[in-house]
Design a protein around this ligand. Structure first.
Ligand code: NAD
Length: 486
């Protein structure tokens, strides 16, 4: 079995500009740390304004080159090839993702890497089967719309699903014919550094895909750059507002996938076995570091005691620890800073009168690394900070409810509106309640069941715009309407 002690992989991460790995102009770097061991993984190039500018100029020049004249079929085949090469290097990519994030290796393989490849397969197919709008106006005219790439697109991403989320933007951006500058999270720079090599091997022309590593300022330089036409961003709500301000003077197109505090609503008539299996996942998979995690759970009063008993019992069986152990369910939190944030929320919950049904503790046997036991908190008021604020760790709150009206009021009393899960066998109630939930995505009797054609994104402070299928194309293209007089 692979265990942490056998894994020694380290890697330095450079920028990738105009088809070549390069250092920062000022030669500055920062350290990348392994959150499971607190050991150094390598040095990362620290991108600054001049590096962002080099990458943007490279992307701008490439937008009128070979990439522009490729046929649809050639471009689609190249994008598909990226998916193939990701799967060929699956073991390497999964290991790097686990080293960088602290998530279990089995999860990196099953979710992050497989889904990353699938993003390219999906958009390679989708781009060849899309039509465009056309209207015949009696015998006067035919109007038809043509899609053009937006131009140079900045892709700014977080650390929780690094390769998967980057490819979720990169694949449609390329399918639509854009050139890009990617800015991965400073906390998880490794898989993006391999991805650019894969793109080159697949035949993406030089300059079409560029990569600049760095901190928030690097993302800010990209967001304010006058030659960047659009920014696709996934991350915290507060960062979204900073990007919006930075992008305003140059009127960029913006797509925002932001934070969430997603409700998981369980009615007493739900199938409890199914509820427990899925709620374990929706609460604790990826250490609870998924924007879609159902971190505030509402349970109908009649079911509450039975639910808590079964949920706590199952949660106690989850193995916390070495991400390279096959039976680990909860690995390390991604960084010291994030770990301390989660611990602060556990303190807040105590002060607010929360009762810890399980967890609330550091996994103490790990002398190094950022491990927190999966935590279930009850007894909190609906206005408690842990019920309202995004913790983004293995921590959930559970609150009982009496009526549909009462639970809907609490569910919608939030700045966030990303996703929700709803559990009931009453189909009328399911459709009635789901229509009233203020969220971009509602799952009935399931969680995180995705079809890449469907609109993905949040409302309120959880995002602006939608990704997926035609929605991605709407963002990554401009439409020109042509009118042909008959
Ligand atoms: P973050 O906002 O701190 O960082 C995201 C990226 O933005 C990083 O690359 C960072 O360097 C960059 N950045 C930071 N400041 C910037 C600035 N001023 N201008 C431009 N770029 C800047 O987010 P995070 O902590 O990496 O990720 C966690 C957050 O992401 C959570 O809130 C989570 O809910 C959210 N998220 C949302 C979705 C979704 O689909 N809605 C998916 C995954 C994660």
């Amino acid at each position: 079995m692979t265990t942490m002690s056998h894994v020694k992989k380290t890697m330095n991460c450079s920028h990738f500009i105009n088809g070549a790995y390069v250092q920062s102009e000022k030669n500055q770097t920062f350290e990348n740390m392994n959150p499971a061991t607190e050991e150094k993984l390598g040095d990362v190039a620290l991108g600054q304004k001049e590096d962002v500018d080099r990458a943007v100029q490279s992307a701008k020049a490439a937008s009128s080159g070979k990439w522009k004249v490729m046929t649809l079929k050639e471009r689609s085949n190249t994008i598909r090839k990226i998916g193939d090469l990701i799967l060929e290097r699956k073991d390497e990519l999964a290991m790097l993702e686990t080293l960088d994030t602290g998530k279990p290796l089995w999860l990196s393989k099953k979710v992050d890497i497989d889904r990353a490849a699938n993003n390219f397969y999906f958009f390679a197919d989708y781009m060849t089967s899309m039509g465009t709008e056309a209207y015949q106006q009696d015998d006067v005219a035919i109007h038809y719309a043509i899609r053009k790439p937006v131009g140079v697109v900045g892709l700014i991403n977080p650390w929780n699903l690094p390769l998967f989320l980057m490819t979720w933007k990169l694949a449609p951006a390329l399918a639509a014919g854009n050139t890009v500058v990617m800015k991965p999270s400073e906390i998880t720079p490794m898989t993006a550094t391999v991805l650019v090599d894969i793109c080159q091997q697949a035949g993406i022309p030089d300059g079409v895909v560029n990569l600049v590593h760095g901190l928030g300022e690097t993302g800010a330089a990209l967001s304010s750059h006058p030659d960047v036409d659009a920014i696709a961003f996934t991350g915290e709500t507060v960062t979204g507002t900073a990007i919006m301000k930075a992008a305003a003077p140059t009127l960029k197109k913006l797509s925002f996938e932001l934070g969430g505090k997603n409700p998981n609503i369980i009615f007493a008539d739900a199938d409890l076995d199914d509820v427990i299996d899925t709620t374990i996942r929706s609460s604790f998979i990826n250490q609870g570091e998924v924007c879609l995690c159902g971190s505030r759970i509402y349970v109908e009063e009649d079911l509450y005691e039975r639910f808590i008993e079964r949920f706590v019992e199952r949660t106690k069986t989850l193995k916390v620890g070495d991400p390279f152990n096959e039976d680990t369910y909860v690995g390390a939190l991604v960084s010291k800073e994030h770990y301390e944030k989660v611990l602060r929320y556990l303190d807040i919950a105590k002060k607010e009168g929360g009762q810890f049904e399980t967890g609330g503790t550091i996994a103490n046997e790990h002398k190094k690394g950022y491990y927190v036991n999966p935590t279930i908190i009850t007894g909190l008021d609906k206005d408690a900070r842990c019920v309202r604020e995004e913790i983004f760790g293995p921590v959930v709150t559970v609150i009982p409810f009496k009526t549909e009206e009462e639970v809907l009021k609490q569910v919608n009393d939030s700045h966030y509106g990303l996703s929700a899960s709803l559990w009931t066998t009453n189909i009328k109630r399911a459709t009635r309640v789901s229509a009233q939930i203020e969220a971009g995505i509602v799952w009935i009797n399931t969680w995180f069941l995705r079809d890449l054609r469907t609109p993905f994104g949040g409302m309120k402070h959880s995002g602006i715009g939608r990704e997926g299928g035609v929605h991605s194309f709407d963002f990554y293209t401009e439409l020109t309407n042509v009118t042909l007089k008959l």
